[in-house]
Design a binder for this molecule. Structure first.
Ligand SMILES: Cc1cc2nc3c(=O)[nH]c(=O)nc-3n(C[C@H](O)[C@H](O)[C@H](O)COP(=O)(O)OP(=O)(O)OC[C@H]3O[C@@H](n4cnc5c(N)ncnc54)[C@H](O)[C@@H]3O)c2cc1C
Length: 490
C-alpha cells in the first residue's frame, strides 16, 4: 500500500489520542472522532461546584511512555502537563487495623514488610528479582510489539516458560512470601488492569517493577488534565478532534475500509481507520460483512474483565491522615475474587480502592473540602444481570459504609455531594461490552497474539488501539498499544 496521508481514529481514550499524536507527528493528517462531549474515554471528568471528579484512571505509572509522545515532535510534556509524585504509592488497610505503606523507598518498604513478617524481607528481595525479569521480557521487549502472527508468539515462548507464565500472580507471589496480607499486597496490582490475581498470568507481576522504577504520579488538575495536554499537543501538530460525533458505521469495499459515517449523517473518508472503541462495538460498526459478523460472534465467546462500581463524593473538611491512594481489603481475598470473576455475586463486603486526590493537589476540591472516589470491582453484566437503577443507591451505601467503618466515622455529617457510576454506565456511555471496565480479561489465553490484533486480519487498512488490543488495559498498556499500532502504519 502507498504511504497513508489521512487517518481517522474512532475514540479519544488514552490509546486513541496516543495513536493520533504518533500519526500526526509522522505527517499523516489525522481526525479523531469522539462520541462524547469531552475527550478521554474512561478518563472522563466531571467538574461541579469547585470539585474535579476524575472518572477513571488516577495512578499514573511509567511517565516515560507519555513523554515519548511529546518527544516525537521535539516538545516537552512539562510544557502541557505537570506530574506530581505520590507518596506513599498506596496505603493498604485491613479490617483488623493492620496498615501497610507501599512505596519505592527500599528501607521503608523493608520495614513495612518486617512489621507484617520479618522472615518475608528476604522473600520480597527474591520476588523483586523475578518482577525485574518479567518487566524486561514482558514490558520492555514485548510491550509495544504488534503480535500479528503466531510465529511472534513462538518467539516469546522461551521467556514465558522461563518465568512460568502459566502460573498466576498470586501463586508466584505466594512462593516468595508467607504472610497472607503481603501476598495480597504484592498481587492485587493485576486488578488495576482487570485481571484476577488468582488467574492472571504471573507476567503481570511486572507492574510492581514498573511502579518501582518509574514511580507513581498524579497529573496536576487531575488525570483529565493529562488528556487535555495530549489534545493540546495533537491540535498544535495540526490534528483535528471532533466531539459529540458518534461513528455509526465503518464503510468498506474490497477488503479495505474507506471511512466512517457518523450518527449525525456526516461522511468522512481516509486512507485508514483505527478504532479505539470497544472491540465488539467496533466490529458491529462494519455492516454487510460476514467476516465482521463472525468476528463479533467469536468475541462474544471470550472472557471479559469485570466492571466497577464507583462512588464519587465531596466532603467538608480536610483529611491529612488519608493517603492519596488507599486500598481497603475485605476479610475475604480469594473467595471475594471468585464472587466477582466467577460466581457473579455482588458482595456485601467489597474490597475498595479509595482515591483522595486533594491529598496531592488541593485544587481538586473547593477550599475547606475534599474530593474522593471509592471504587469496588463488581461482576460484569453478563455474570450478574443486576438492575443498577435499583441496586445502585443500595450499593453506594454499602461502599460508603465500609469507608465510614474504617476511616471516616462522621462521613454522613460531612457529605457535601455524591453520585455513582455503574456497569450500566460503562455500557451506555462507552459502548463497553457487558459493561466491562477493562475489555478482554488479561489471561494468558487472551494475551499477545490471542488478544485483539493491532491491525485487522481481513481489512488491510483497519487498525485497533486500546485496552482490547495487545498489550492491554491501563494507561501504559494502551499507550504501548498505540506504539505497536503506529509501527504498522508509519
Ligand atoms: C474507574 C477506572 C479506574 C482506572 N484506574 C486506572 C489507573 O489508576 N491507572 C491506569 O493506568 N489505568 C487505570 N484504568 C484503566 C485505564 O483507564 C483504561 O485501560 C484506559 O484508559 C483505556 O483506554 P482506551 O485507549 O482503551 O480507551 P477508552 O478509555 O476505552 O476510550 C475509548 C473512547 O472511544 C469512544 N468511542 C467508542 N465508540 C465510539 C464510536 N462509535 N464513535 C465515536 N467514539 C467512540 C468512547 O466514547 C471513548 O471515549 C482504570 C479504568 C477505570 C474504568
Amino acid at each position: 500500500m502507498n504511504s497513508p496521508s489521512t487517518a481517522i481514529v474512532i475514540g479519544s481514550g488514552f490509546g486513541g489520542l496516543a495513536l493520533a499524536i504518533r500519526l500526526q507527528s509522522a505527517g499523516i493528517a489525522t481526525t479523531v472522532i469522539e462520541a462524547r462531549d469531552r475527550p478521554g474515554g474512561r478518563a472522563y471528568v466531571w467538574k461541579e461546584d469547585g470539585y474535579t471528579f476524575d472518572a477513571g484512571p488516577t495512578v499514573i505509572t511509567d511517565p516515560a511512555c507519555l513523554e515519548e509522545l511529546w518527544a516525537l515532535s521535539g516538545s516537552r510534556m512539562a510544557d502541557d502537563v505537570t506530574l506530581l509524585p505520590v507518596d506513599p504509592f498506596y496505603r493498604l488497610l485491613w479490617n483488623d487495623g493492620a496498615q501497610f505503606d507501599y512505596s519505592n523507598n527500599d528501607a521503608q518498604l523493608d520495614a513495612e514488610i518486617a512489621k507484617l513478617n520479618p522472615a518475608d524481607v528476604a522473600g520480597y528481595a527474591r520476588f523483586l528479582e523475578y518482577s525485574q525479569g518479567v518487566y524486561e521480557e514482558g514490558y520492555l521487549k514485548l510491550g509495544a510489539v504488534p503480535f500479528l502472527d503466531f510465529t511472534q508468539m513462538l518467539k516469546a515462548a522461551p521467556a514465558l516458560a522461563r518465568y512460568q507464565a502459566w502460573r498466576s500472580v498470586y501463586s508466584v507471589v505466594s512462593g516468595y512470601v508467607q504472610n497472607d496480607k503481603l501476598r495480597q499486597a504484592l498481587s492485587f496490582h493485576s486488578l488495576l488492569v482487570g485481571g484476577n490475581p488468582m488467574n492472571t498470568s504471573s507476567i503481570y507481576a511486572l507492574i510492581h517493577q514498573l511502579e518501582k522504577l518509574g514511580g507513581v504520579w498524579f497529573a496536576k488538575g487531575g488525570t483529565n488534565a493529562l488528556v487535555s495536554g495530549m489534545v493540546a499537543l495533537f491540535e498544535r501538530l495540526g490534528g483535528t478532534l471532533l466531539l459529540d460525533e458518534k461513528v455509526a458505521q465503518i464503510t468498506h469495499r474490497d477488503r479495505r475500509v474507506t471511512g466512517v459515517v457518523t450518527a449525525s449523517g456526516q461522511t468522512f473518508s481516509a486512507d485508514l481507520v483505527a478504532s479505539n472503541g470497544d472491540l465488539v462495538h467496533s466490529y458491529g460498526l462494519i455492516e454487510g460483512s460476514d467476516y465482521a459478523a463472525k468476528k463479533v460472534r467469536s468475541l462474544h465467546r471470550k472472557r471479559f474483565s469485570p466492571s466497577l462500581f464507583v462512588v464519587h463524593f465531596g466532603l467538608e473538611g480536610s483529611f491529612p491522615d488519608i493517603a492519596h491512594h488507599s486500598i481497603l481489603f475485605s476479610d475475604r481475598y480469594g473467595p471475594l475474587l471468585k464472587d466477582i470473576y466467577k460466581n457473579g455475586v455482588l458482595a456485601d463486603d467489597p474490597s475498595i480502592y479509595l482515591h483522595h486526590p486533594s491529598a496531592t493537589d488541593p485544587d481538586m476540591a473547593p477550599a475547606g473540602k475534599a474530593t474522593f472516589y471509592a471504587l469496588a470491582p463488581v461482576p460484569h453484566m453478563g455474570r450478574a444481570p443486576v438492575d443498577w437503577a435499583i441496586e445502585g443507591p443500595r450499593y453506594r451505601d454499602v461502599v460508603l459504609g465500609r469507608i465510614r467503618d474504617l476511616l471516616i466515622p462522621d462521613l454522613d455529617a460531612r457529605l457535601d455531594t455524591c453520585f455513582h457510576y455503574t456497569p450500566q454506565d460503562f455500557k451506555t456511555d462507552l459502548g463497553a461490552h457487558l459493561g466491562s471496565a477493562f475489555s478482554l480479561e488479561p489471561v494468558l489465553t487472551q494475551s499477545a497474539w490471542f488478544r485483539g490484533h493491532n491491525r485487522d486480519d481481513h481489512f488491510a487498512n483497519l487498525y485497533f488501539v486500546g485496552a482490547g488490543t495487545h498489550p492491554g488495559a491501563g494507561i501504559p498498556g494502551v499507550v504501548g498499544s498505540a506504539k505497536a499500532t503506529a509501527s504498522l502504519i508509519v
